[in-house]
Design a protein around this ligand. Structure first.
Ligand SMILES: Nc1ncnc2c1ncn2[C@@H]1O[C@H](COP(=O)(O)OP(=O)(O)OP(=O)(O)O)[C@@H](O)[C@H]1O
Ligand SMILES: [Mg+2]
Length: 527
């Protein structure tokens, strides 16, 4: 064995010497053709093609997107196959990315074709001290496949790898909740229009209490939207969708937005309109949601994190339209038309795969222009808690599917309006000893009280109405009485004036009595 090693060693040494001689003594002009023929000769014996994907490209500062995507794509395969792994904690990502360590190789299969991926590194033997060690160490992935599959690999497989890698990056990223800053904070060193926190809302469609049929319809609609990229391109429509959620406070509008974001793995932009001075600011803010990717890229440079597929991000501009309505007349404020222009025009142009959600408590107060189809594609009403919604809450809060008290609750919910927020509050166990019976009874009691309250209010309203009617009746009577008296005095008086008949024909009363007289344009002057 040792002998063999020595032989191999000396053979390698021989080759090295030969190569050095080749480098030194062969005339320069001959080197090119010789190398070419050697390559040809090798390719006869070695029918494989290799593609390399370096980690840094161009100026060497920006991490290659392809490299990052491949790393993500190979994550699962590497974890299974490679013996030595390298763990990377990536900013904005929830998962630890395991990639194969240098000089490891894994296999992949695509449509029955076997391929090899290897991770390699070259360290140039330049004797220099570099501030950025990365610049010297060049990592790259090397893909090897049989030349028979050249077309298939270069046309389909590589696209598949990049798409899949990017999709994984998006799926595993930490999602963010952005809120707009006041414009005073937009300038200077630490300028930013949006501040963000990690978005970790636990709401999901499973826990959202509403009619199951309606819920499923919304889920299908959302999923269909995310899958329709090509369809939107085909029909020439920007890939976006608008939802309008309306209903009384506490019926789950905000909860539904969180559930939507969780379902689709989107970021959320929550737009607080009171912090926006005018339309220009609004426009800047909204455009900035699209150009976020550029800012992110800068961060990528420094720490070499994975690039994000930013168009996948959603901005969910959620707002209280009733507030907007109040403000639309003030010139210094955001106007409705500014917002509409944005939704129709600019918004379409910047970024894609976006969902815009408006919420309001008063749909009837909204301008029809704002909510017409095309602007808001889907209107969703969230209303008082029905029995189906109650069942979801009972399952969430008490972990029960049925109970003998359900029938009572059902009857009560049909008679009384209570928001899911209130139902939930009453169902929630208040201490460790609260069992489902106690919680349900508390809800029933609350429902009874609400009913009483409703009844009391209805009665009050009735009473108020009755009083109002009474008052009106009395006023009418008084008026009639007065008129009668007046006529009497007029009739009883001597025929003082010739104009009297005219006056009666016009049905006018004496000046100062009622303003309706003005309508007839007639006044009895001086009387
Ligand atoms: N449909 C629902 N399903 C589950 N929980 C709900 C539902 N509606 C309300 N809740 C509960 O009530 C709380 C308040 O609801 P939410 O903030 O979603 O109401 P909203 O409709 O946005 O009200 P507002 O109009 O005042 O903004 C939530 O935290 C949630 O726990
Ligand atoms: Mg809300």
């Amino acid at each position: 064995m040792a002998e063999m090693m020595t032989q191999v060693g000396s053979a390698i040494a021989g080759l090295m010497v030969a190569y050095a001689m080749f480098q030194n003594y062969f005339p320069y002009e001959l080197r090119g053709p010789i190398k070419r023929y050697t390559q040809k000769f090798i390719s006869l014996l070695y029918p494989y093609i290799q593609i390399t994907f370096p980690e840094y490209q161009g100026d060497g500062f920006e991490r290659s997107k392809a490299f990052a995507a491949i790393e993500r794509y190979l994550n699962a395969t590497s974890t299974k196959q490679a013996k030595r792994l390298q763990a990377n904690v990536i900013r904005d990502s929830e998962a630890i990315v395991l990639s194969m360590a240098d000089h490891e190789e894994v296999t992949d299969e695509y449509e029955g074709v076997k391929l090899w991926w290897a991770s390699t590194q070259t360290t140039p033997n330049r004797q220099s001290i570099s501030f950025y060690p990365r610049e010297d160490e060049k990592r790259y992935f090397k893909l090897t496949f049989h030349k028979r599959y050249r077309d298939m690999i270069t046309n389909n497989y590589l696209k598949h790898v990049l798409d899949e890698g990017k999709a994984i990056t998006v799926r595993e990223r930490r999602r963010k909740l952005y809120t707009n800053n006041k414009s005073e904070g937009w300038h200077g060193y630490r300028r930013s229009m949006w501040s963000h926190v990690i978005f970790e809302h636990p709401a999901s469609f499973d826990t959202l209490a509403m009619d199951p049929g309606k819920k499923q319809e919304i889920i299908d609609d959302l999923i269909n939207f995310t899958r329709s990229k090509d369809y939107y391109a085909k029909i020439g429509k920007a890939w976006k969708r608008g939802y309008l959620l309306y209903g009384p406070p506490g019926t789950g509008k905000s909860t539904m937005i969180a559930a939507m974001a969780n379902l689709l793995k989107y970021d959320v932009y929550d737009l607080e309109l009171t912090a926006v001075k005018d339309n220009t600011e609004l426009r800047k803010l909204l455009i900035d949601t699209a150009s976020k990717s550029i800012e992110k890229k800068k961060a990528d440079k420094k720490d070499g994190e994975n690039g994000k597929k930013k168009d996948e991000e959603k901005d969910e501009v959620k707002e209280k339209l009733n507030k907007l309505e109040e403000e639309k007349n003030k010139t210094s404020q955001v106007t409705l038309s500014g917002l509409l222009n944005f939704i129709d025009g600019l918004w379409s142009a910047c970024g894609s795969e976006r969902i815009i959600v408006f919420t309001t408590n008063y749909i009837e107060k909204l301008d029809p222009a704002l909510i017409r189809r095309g602007r808001m594609d889907k209107h969703i009403e969230l209303s008082y808690c029905g029995f189906e919604a109650f069942k979801v809450l009972a399952k969430n809060y008490l972990d029960i599917d049925s109970h003998e008290l359900f029938a009572t609750v059902r009857r009560q919910l049909e008679e009384t309006k209570m928001t899911p927020a209130d139902v939930a509050e009453n169902l929630m166990p208040k201490s460790g000893s609260d069992d489902e019976e106690i919680c349900l009874r508390r809800l029933i009691k609350a429902l009874e009280e609400a009913k009483e309250e409703e009844k009391r209010k209805a009665e009050e309203e009735e009473k108020r109405k009755a009083e109002e009617e009474e008052k009106q009746k009395a006023e009418k009577l008084a008026k009639e009485e007065e008129e009668r008296k007046k006529k009497e005095t007029e009739n009883g008086a001597d025929h003082q004036s010739d104009s009297k008949h005219e006056k009666l024909e016009n049905g006018v009363k004496e000046n100062g009595e009622a303003d309706e007289n003005l309508e007839n344009g007639v006044k009895e002057n001086g009387k």
